[in-house]
Design a protein around this ligand. Structure first.
Ligand SMILES: NC(=O)c1ccc[n+]([C@@H]2O[C@H](COP(=O)([O-])OP(=O)(O)OC[C@H]3O[C@@H](n4cnc5c(N)ncnc54)[C@H](OP(=O)(O)O)[C@@H]3O)[C@@H](O)[C@H]2O)c1
Length: 266
């Protein structure tokens, strides 16, 4: 069991939702935190909510995951802040609400850039130092939609499936170097994810989904993620009854296909 206490943890998507809840929870656990997302002021508000000692032990590093050419330099800045990164949590991401056929290819590309390429560029930039230090833990926040596709989320599901392909391969490649990877696959969590989700033409949906509204609290999700990190889990499924869809697809794929086509998930 690897405790988070004393670890240097870099969190993307720390201004809102799951990343913000993780930051607040980890700030109580004797960690050193680096908080990233695009919105400097929102990150400062998260940092200001920490107890005084945790505020001292945290830094803010604004970045845009949709600007790949800037990310290696951002990773170097992050590494310089406390001299190392032990745990990198990729919570920055955007969702989608739009039919595949009607969705502009620029929207598919943006979702892939933020959710997939952003995460792997940062990973590749910090991994050599983790290997040199003899330890590192990577925590991509995927989704249940990384395990199966559902209507209105083709580009989002693709980006999350891609994370599984990349990080499952990387886990096998870096096992000998003591690099741990916990792929987190939540179902519905109460956050702004549906408000920020991109529609067919790239505009934000700006609507709270029923699924998210009735979903797991972000604080509970964060506690489960921290416990999964400490237990060094390879994959962490969480959520309500929607989690059953993963097993339905695995054991009864024909039935799953009939159920998912009727899913009211827009
Ligand atoms: N909520 C759910 O039901 C659910 C379920 C499964 C998986 N997830 C995944 O959980 C992760 C966190 O989402 P959430 O639910 O917490 O949603 P959220 O409240 O919308 O938070 C998303 C975070 O991502 C950051 N972000 C978005 N675009 C970015 C960009 N271009 N560059 C840098 N940061 C960016 C946002 O910060 P800024 O706006 O400040 O940049 C924000 O901090 C996402 O990967 C999402 O796919 C969520």
């Amino acid at each position: 069991m690897a405790k988070v206490n004393g670890k240097v943890i870099w969190i993307t998507g720390a201004s809102s939702g799951i990343g913000k809840a993780l930051a607040k929870e980890l700030a109580q656990k004797g960690t050193q935190l680096i908080l990233s997302s695009r919105q400097d002021e929102a990150l400062q508000a998260v940092q200001n909510s920490f107890p005084a000692a945790a505020r001292e032990n945290s830094r803010i590093l604004p970045l845009d995951l949709a600007q790949p050419e800037t990310l290696e330099a951002k990773a170097n800045e992050a590494l310089a802040m406390f001299g190392r990164i032990d745990i990198l949590i990729h919570s920055g991401g955007i969702s989608q609400r739009g039919m595949a056929l009607d969705t502009k290819i620029t929207v598919d590309r943006r979702i892939m850039e933020v959710n997939y390429f952003g995460a792997i560029i940062l990973t590749k930039a910090v991994l050599p130092s983790m290997i040199a230090n003899g330890f590192g833990h990577l925590v991509p926040i995927s989704s249940l939609v990384g395990k199966f596709g559902s209507p209105f989320r083709s580009g989002y599901a693709a980006s999350k499936h891609a994370l599984h392909g990349f990080f499952d391969s990387l886990r096998a490649e870096t096992y000998q170097q003591n690099i741990l990877i916990t792929l987190v696959t939540p179902g519905f969590v109460q956050t702004n994810v549906s408000l920020n989700a991109l529609t067919e033409d790239g505009k934000e949906l700006n609507q709270m989904d029923e699924g998210q509204q009735k979903g797991m609290r972000a604080e509970d999700c964060a506690r489960k993620i921290i416990s999964g990190i400490e237990q060094e889990k390879n994959e962490l499924l969480m959520g309500g009854k929607e989690v059953l869809a993963v097993y339905l697809k695995r054991f009864f794929p024909g039935l799953f296909a009939r159920v998912i086509r009727k899913a009211k998930v827009r």
